[in-house]
Design a protein around this ligand. Structure first.
Ligand SMILES: Nc1ncnc2c1ncn2[C@@H]1O[C@H](COP(=O)(O)OP(=O)(O)OP(=O)(O)O)[C@@H](O)[C@H]1O
Length: 478
């Protein structure tokens, strides 16, 4: 006997007994004289297939089909009908019946119909289980125990259920906005469709329209001869993730709004109206409300993209998670680089807690990657992490003395001063060491890798004018 349960619902005793005699060795069978009886037993026996007579006394087969589909839309139902009742059959097929058989019953025909229906169920179950496996495999992995973060994940779980409600994720750089967008996609009904990411800040303003909507051949000079599909069309039946959505210019904002109103658009140079169904998830680290006040962002678009808003906390606002992240990344990079660092020194742990974390989780992840790769071990020190003042040694406890100007009553911009000091001493060290990084690192009592990392960061934040000033500084020996 196979593991399938079948209901036979027919008021004719000979039909019920005939079907039972034929199939009782193959399936678990329950037979009922009325639809009401069958519906009452639905929950108790959870059938895989129902054979349902149309001409039943009391609730007829058409009404019973509706009731069954309301309880379980995927339950296959084979209608049993008298030949002359073909109009009712059509009605049942429109309401989702799987198949029908005509009285007097031919048992071979019924056998084929049942086998087909059960094979469809088997395939559907297999597809569902494969889809679930795929979701689990592609599901972004989250770290975080803080209450604020758990609340966000609960909310994400709820909003993901819609296939098309727009979501706006707001938060500083590196807080995990893209990870959240990805999770919304994978937990939504669109999960088997594409997840297309667009970095709005990276596309030149004059190309944004053709990138988003695509273009027809010959739309403009320099265009592909065959035309191009836009990112919106590529995201059909999936999710379009508009990263840095605050960087869209006003022209592109107007076009995006028009598309979001009704899901329709034209390709650049095209005359055919196109339609796609995609969910728009956007993210920004800008203050869009402030931009609306300055007329650089459209209020109507802000409301349209932000039907659901998710505010991602900075790492500082969820500092319970800093040590959890640190341990996780330590283990992750230990495995990746085949290292066996045992932990993190007490001083380093204290410094991790007090660090400013302007680059949020990304900064912590990068810091751990670099430290695990280069540390001497056995545990990570603050020096390995490039944190704090370690000129006096990791746990020496002696604070070195520097002669500093006293604080004036006007106060001081400490961050600007630190930046200035870094730039000043790194430039000087490189000038004195004639560009030799190892010697420059020694002059600043830094390990070579820590020097390199910080020097690259300093060079990266300089504007071209600053760089000119700095190199002049070098020439003048400042
Ligand atoms: N909760 C988390 N669990 C695990 N990894 C995380 C988490 N949050 C962020 N990350 C990791 O931090 C890095 C930055 O995350 P992500 O790119 O999602 O940030 P973002 O807010 O979109 O940044 P940006 O605004 O700069 O684009 C990624 O490597 C991501 O995997």
């Amino acid at each position: 006997m196979t593991d399938y349960t079948l209901f036979i619902v027919d008021d004719e005793k000979t039909i019920r007994e005939g079907i039972t005699a034929c199939f009782e060795e193959d399936y678990r069978l329950f037979s009922y004289m009325t639809a009401e009886d069958a519906l009452q037993n639905l929950e108790a026996h959870d059938p895989d297939l129902v054979l349902l007579d149309i001409g039943l006394p009391g609730m007829n087969g058409i009404q019973a089909l509706q009731e069954l589909k309301a309880v379980n839309p995927d339950l296959p139902v084979i209608m049993i009908t008298a030949y002359e009742d073909i109009h009712s059959v059509i009605q049942c097929m429109k309401q989702g019946a799987y198949d029908y058989i005509v009285k007097p019953l031919q048992m071979e025909g019924l056998e084929v119909a049942i086998a087909n229906a059960l094979e469809t169920i088997r395939l559907k179950k297999e597809i569902k289980s494969l889809q679930e496996k795929l979701i689990r495999k592609n599901m972004p992995f989250f770290i975080g125990e803080s209450q604020v973060f758990r609340d966000i994940l609960d909310y994400v779980e709820k909003v993901a259920k819609s296939p098309d409600t727009p979501v706006l994720i707001i938060g500083e750089t590196g807080t995990g906005k893209e990870l959240i967008a990805n999770t919304i996609h994978h937990r939504s009904p669109n999960f088997s469709g594409p997840f297309i990411t667009v970095n709005c800040a990276a596309i030149p303003p004059n190309l944004i329209e053709s990138e988003l909507f695509g273009y027809e051949k010959g739309a403009f000079s320099g265009a592909n001869a065959g035309g191009k599909k836009g990112l919106i069309e590529m995201a059909d039946k999936g999710t379009l993730f508009l990263d840095e959505v605050g960087d869209l210019n006003l022209d592109a904002q107007a076009k995006l709004l028009r598309f979001m109103e009704d899901g329709e658009f034209y390709k650049v140079g095209g005359t055919e109206k196109k339609r796609v169904a995609t969910r728009i998830v956007s993210a920004t680290n800008k203050n869009l409300e402030e931009m609306i006040g300055k007329d650089t962002y459209r209020r109507d678009l802000f409301y349209r993209i932000g039907v659901i808003k998710i505010q991602e906390p900075s790492l500082k606002e969820r500092d319970d998670d800093i040590l959890i992240f640190t341990r996780y990344f330590l283990q992750m990079f230990n495995e990746k680089f085949d290292r066996s660092l045992t932990g993190i020194s007490q001083t380093a742990l204290e410094l991790l807690k007090t660090h400013t974390w302007e680059g949020n989780v990304r900064e912590l992840k990068n810091m751990m990657e670099r430290a695990v790769l280069t540390a001497a071990g056995p545990e990570l020190t603050s020096e390995d992490l490039g944190l704090g003042d370690f000129s006096a040694g990791e746990d020496a406890g002696d604070i070195p003395h520097f002669d500093l100007a006293p604080l004036s009553p006007k106060g001081v911009d400490l961050n600007a001063m630190r930046t200035y000091m870094d730039e000043f001493y790194f430039s000087q060290a490189m000038a004195l060491a004639k560009g030799n990084e190892t010697r420059a690192a020694r002059l600043l009592n830094l390990k070579h890798h820590a020097f390199r990392y910080q020097y690259k960061k300093i060079m990266g934040r300089r504007t071209p004018e600053n760089q000119e000033t700095a190199s002049e500084g070098n020439r003048n020996g400042i």
